[in-house]
Design a protein around this ligand. Sequence first.
Ligand code: GDP
Ligand code: MG
Length: 438
Amino acid sequence: MVLEKLSESLTSVVKKITLAGIVDERLIKEVVHDIQRALLSTDVNVKLVMDISKKIETRAIKEKSTPGLGKKEHVVKIVYEELVDILGNKQSHQSFAKGRLMLVGLQGSGKTTTGVKLARYYQKRGAKPCIIVTDTYRPAAFDQASQLAEPYDIKVFGDPKNNDPIDIMIKSLEQTKKFNMVILDSAGRHKNEEKLFKELKNLESGFKPDEQFLVIDGSIGQQAGVQAKAFHEAIGITGVILTKIEGSGKGGGALSAVAETDAPINFIGVGENVDDLEVFNPDRFISRLMGMGDLQTLLEKAKESIEEDKVKGILKGEFTLLDLRDQLDSISKMGPLKNVLKMIPGMSMNVPKETSQITEIKMKRFTYIMDSMTLDEQTKPKLINSQRIARISKGSGTTKEDVKELIKYYNLMKKAIKGFKSRGMAKGPLAKMLREFR
Ligand code: GDP
Ligand code: MG
């Protein structure tokens, strides 16, 4: 789990509110105090912590509950909203981008690693990315990127013997015609900040990136905000990627400080592996920190009517692979499916055994397989014949058996949903299950 300590504290805040006998001023003050402690311990700026405490306290005492929510739930909602607010409400990066991405940042921040992570991220979503490494201060950077990218068949261009980054870029670009995405990894080393910025500007004017991402080491806490500001003012960045956020005790500080600047946080790096990159979404991120299950149910309650439509859609038998994909995405963020199912009353009895035995690795594999399907296949899984199975397995780097297993799993889920429907449980556990799965 990302930011484990902070998550533990915030989850227990939610529990404290939920389990409280009554919500009075004393409880609210206590909860605000817990939140302060949690935020300060992850290096969130003191002033920011004081601001948010005040807002939560005032709102929790004065505001009337939202229709459909009890007082306790309303207080949890306030905490959630205010926490999301300090992470900013800037639009996160869309899941698919074409064109040229340039990575800038200080040495050791994680540029080279992130370059490969991004290439992989977009490759999984159908792009044909390649990487150009122009770090002339660290000739090993080319090998580093090549080694990381090799298992995924991602091409890396560069020339460790050449010490002119512009020249490397120009020569490499000539070879990137068949790629629809070029990721440029720059050097971060310079004794003098001004010289670094000048070098980056020269590189930028030749490369003409669509996106210029600043990579910052998230473990430096609040200082990340200072760095974001400096780079933004000097060279103009389109977004920030905060790395090493997973184990850091200061991740909250880094996230909130960057959120205060003009630059949106697009991705977070959550590990050393190529797949350890996540799109950053303030609201989803906070829900996770606060313990997804409880909060999910709570927020769903408030927008029940919207949900109902979706549930109705699925009940009409329109449960497609796209819905399954949605479910897997949210489940993989909540933890093992077994545990998720346990949260749903009556679920353990009604879901076929096989569906609760799906492992994390399998879920990932299923996701790749679904990504390799056409929209037609995703919405009308009946179309998938043996010929298509062969193509899909090839495209997703899996076996035909894997694809068949996914289809079997899909059919089981579909049947389970139908079963619920015919037993007239749509209003109860099923509706809840579908919400929980989203
Ligand atoms: P660069 O100098 O900016 O190119 O940084 P590198 O890509 O070489 O990364 C520096 C170190 O940070 C390497 O050891 C990476 O494995 C590590 N690293 C990068 N991103 C992450 C991350 O999200 N989490 C963790 N734990 N380590 C990371
Ligand atoms: Mg590097």
